[in-house]
Design a protein around this ligand. Structure first.
Ligand SMILES: NC(=O)c1ccc[n+]([C@@H]2O[C@H](COP(=O)([O-])OP(=O)(O)OC[C@H]3O[C@@H](n4cnc5c(N)ncnc54)[C@H](O)[C@@H]3O)[C@@H](O)[C@H]2O)c1
Length: 301
């Protein structure tokens, strides 16, 4: 699906795809605002692999419907309000189409693709942004040079250049893309954390066994080089776990918290008040802010 395919750039993209890939079905989705004109595509309108759909990208229900009707597996998203000067007079339309419209398409793609057995495999979503999001470079040579070259600057835009939108148009395009980027980063992190959590869960019983083994060493053997070596390896393991964000859950002396602790018995205590943890039977751990394993505790009656 190519959105904004009746516009200036989109019509060329649609024509290229329709002619170059006869085995692909190309859906041109366009609202036909003042900027869209189907006359741009007269030469391909009868091609068997071409379909035109008149719709507004902000119409989320319609987008969901189109994704499943045409089994869309790739999107090149060009539909936008794209004229800087108009954005100054009519910023609402720009925010609506470029931010909410982009979000509506992204959400339709996400929900549809996630519901398929193959998931995101083979799916693509290209969002066409604009150089305008980076603002303007400084004109370090405003009067040009003696060879007749006009005003120019020495700087270049780079991958690391920060956004600096100067108009409602560029701000809305930056926002549409930023929503997309933040969401993918968040999803990538969540996938990584889930994977890391399951590896950590498997390592914790090794830590437990280390602690049990070291706890059985009698006082007079603690200086033994073998025991000393084991102690160092245990500490190294704990340091590595801590460095990746694994932390033991505090238990004894703390108020019982069902989010962190699992109470397996009630105990008597002269030292602690009712509801406070007096005994830890198995250590619990968190990874970043997730509980990997609750600590198993005895709580004062
Ligand atoms: N033209 C440039 O120089 C340039 C430069 C950088 C980036 N871009 C980006 O490239 C893309 C295409 O630019 P263009 O110059 O072809 O734009 P254009 O204004 O000529 O075409 C935009 C198309 O989107 C359609 N459209 C607008 N709102 C819609 C909506 N709500 N739902 C469905 N369709 C809608 C319009 O009918 C039109 O056909 C835009 O995203 C623009 O921001 C353009």
């Amino acid at each position: 699906m190519i959105t904004g395919g009746a516009g200036f750039i989109g019509s060329h993209v649609v024509r290229l795809f329709v002619n170059k890939y006869p085995s692909y079905r190309i859906i041109n989705l366009d609202k036909l605002t003042y900027a869209g004109n189907l006359a741009n595509l007269k030469d391909i309108e009868d091609k068997p692999n071409y379909v035109f759909v008149k719709a507004d990208i902000c119409d989320f229900e319609k987008m969901i419907e189109l994704f499943s009707e045409y089994k869309i597996d790739g999107v090149i998203h060009l539909a936008a309000e794209s004229h800087v000067d108009r954005s100054i007079n009519d910023p609402f339309t720009f925010a609506r189409t470029n931010v909410m419209g982009t979000l509506s398409l992204l959400q339709a793609a996400k929900l549809t693709w996630e519901s398929l057995s193959e998931g995101y495999e083979g799916k693509r979503f290209y969002h066409i942004s604009t150089d305008e999001v980076y603002g303007a470079l400084d004109l370090t040579n405003p009067s040009g040079n003696k060879d007749g070259r006009g005003p120019y600057g020495h700087d270049f835009f780079k991958e690391t250049t920060r956004y600096s939108p100067h108009s409602p148009y560029s701000a809305s395009k930056a926002s549409g893309f930023e929503n997309f980027r933040k969401r993918t980063d968040k999803e990538k992190q969540a996938m990584f954390d889930t994977g890391a959590k399951s590896v950590i869960e498997k390592i914790l019983p090794v830590v437990d066994n280390f602690e049990r083994g070291l706890a059985t060493v009698p006082e007079e053997s603690k200086e033994d080089p073998f025991v000393d070596g084991m102690n160092r390896i245990y500490k190294q393991l704990m340091t590595e776990l801590e460095n990746i964000g694994v932390k033991p859950i505090e238990a004894v002396g703390q108020e019982f918290d069902p989010n962190l602790h699992n109470a397996v018995m009630q105990v008597e205590s002269d030292e602690y008040e009712s509801g406070v943890i007096a005994q830890e039977l198995q250590k619990g751990y968190t990874y970043h802010d997730m509980v990997v394993r609750h600590s198993m505790v005895g709580v004062v009656q």
